[in-house]
Design a protein around this ligand. Structure first.
Ligand SMILES: [Zn+2]
Length: 219
């Protein structure tokens, strides 16, 4: 669950990689629905990612807030961050400035559909975890996989910094040995919902728990 608390928890684990999967919005009045107060308050804060709160309600995450959170951690040990969300460039820049080696995000002003994001992720992780390729090579392979479905979507994926200092030829062997991975276990953070076998896909994420409650009541 993409809560601020879980982001802090994940960063505290000194991860090799971090993947954010969720929606990103351009800072326009329509993104605030009918909440004029929130729009007036936050319209100068730039684009935002949609995080969740424990009760299922949404929480806008602005780049200034992300910067503040990242300031508490040493991000230079993170090999890659993927933000597969629309309008995520400004967040990618924050991660990159914080020292993350590779940040993959969606270019300024661009939306990305779920299909392209999924294709990218599948190809990227398959390359990373089943071959000896570097992260930059995996990025190119994943872009190629998206390109086979949509050349337009493929161009939206951006890597920061553009010139990689880590996967160049001198460091190639080091890069490959660093990324040798061991199979681990999946840890689920937070409490499992009481009933978790029912698909939970509710869009937007707002009030997911309430929707779920109502669906279960009808069953
Ligand atoms: Zn690289």
């Amino acid at each position: 669950m993409a809560t601020e608390e879980n982001l802090n928890y994940c960063l505290g684990l000194k991860p090799l990689g971090l993947h954010f999967s969720g929606h990103g919005f351009e800072n326009k009045q329509m993104a605030f629905s009918k909440d004029r107060g929130a729009w007036e308050r936050d319209k100068h804060k730039g684009d935002f990612l949609m995080f969740e709160q424990e009760n299922g309600a949404s929480k806008n995450m602005y780049s200034s807030q992300l910067k503040e959170i990242l300031g508490k951690y040493d991000c230079s040990t993170i090999k890659f961050v993927i933000i597969a969300s629309c309008y995520s460039l400004c967040f990618g820049q924050i991660f990159s400035q914080a020292g993350v080696e590779h940040v993959i995000c969606i270019d300024k002003g661009k939306e990305i559909d779920d299909k392209a994001a999924l294709t990218f992720s599948r190809a990227f992780y398959k390359a990373i975890y089943t071959s000896e390729c570097t992260i930059c090579e995996a990025f190119e392979m994943a872009k190629e996989a998206v390109k086979r479905e949509s050349a337009v979507a493929s161009k939206k994926f951006k890597k920061l910094p553009e010139e990689c200092n880590f996967c160049n030829s001198q460091n190639e062997l080091i890069a490959k040995s660093v990324y040798k991975k061991k199979q681990g276990l999946i840890e689920i953070i937070g409490e499992l919902p009481l009933i978790y076998k029912i698909p939970s896909r509710v869009e937007p994420f707002l009030f997911r728990n309430r929707d779920m409650f109502e669906v279960l009541n009808l069953m």
